[in-house]
Design a protein around this ligand. Structure first.
Ligand SMILES: NC(=O)c1ccc[n+]([C@@H]2O[C@H](COP(=O)([O-])OP(=O)(O)OC[C@H]3O[C@@H](n4cnc5c(N)ncnc54)[C@H](OP(=O)(O)O)[C@@H]3O)[C@@H](O)[C@H]2O)c1
Length: 167
């Protein structure tokens, strides 16, 4: 259940607050009375959270707009990634976009980044998903911004397809 933000509520940015993992992070923050802003590729998304969350596009190609959308945030929860390569969407592009996001967060003075990574990331992995996550982790660690890195093996829930199909 959401509460109205308290007068001194902190602003949190959650990428993909209407997505799979992001919506649980956003709901939890809202339930604590925190303010939530999201960056998303689907700003018009029809979600039960739409009226409680301030929405901005990703703006990876417009770093100054991206920086403004992060300004004032105490924490950035970054779920942004791509699941597989498709057309112009590549892991190299996801790495570059995430680096742009981290750089914008630094310029905006974001207090901390919580990076949702993956188990066993490595910048010399032969697997592009895991290699990209390793490169991004290193970039974050070297950015100077306080951070926490979460490395789930798999994220599951009631609407999860993979584990529910297996079950
Ligand atoms: N799902 C799992 O089991 C699992 C396991 C381990 C780690 N993780 C990590 O957890 C994080 C969140 O995963 P999730 O499954 O919850 O992801 P998701 O909701 O599908 O997407 C997370 C964010 O990435 C954006 N995104 C996804 N695919 C994209 C594409 N092809 N082009 C542009 N943007 C794209 C989404 O954009 P929109 O806002 O526009 O939707 C959203 O903002 C990821 O970093 C993932 O690596 C997930």
């Amino acid at each position: 259940m959401s509460r109205s933000p308290s007068p001194n509520a902190q602003v949190n940015v959650v990428t993909g607050a209407f997505g799979y993992t992001g919506k649980y992070i956003a709901r939890r923050l809202l339930a604590q009375g925190q303010q939530v802003r999201t960056l998303t590729g689907h700003p018009q998304h029809d979600s039960s959270l739409s009226d409680q969350v301030e929405v901005h596009p990703f703006n990876f190609d417009n770093p100054s707009a991206l920086t403004e959308s992060l300004r004032g945030a105490s924490t950035l929860y970054n779920t942004y990634w791509v699941r597989f390569r498709r057309g112009r969407v590549t892991f190299d592009r996801a790495v570059a976009n995430t680096q742009t996001l981290i750089q914008a967060a630094r310029e905006a003075g974001v207090g901390r980044i919580v990076q949702i990574s993956i188990t066993n990331p490595s910048d010399d992995s032969p697997l592009p998903y895991f290699r990209g996550k390793g490169v991004v982790e290193k970039y974050l660690v070297e950015s100077g911004i306080p951070y926490a890195i979460v490395r789930p093996t798999v994220v599951f829930g009631v609407e999860d397809i993979l584990l529910n199909n297996i079950a």
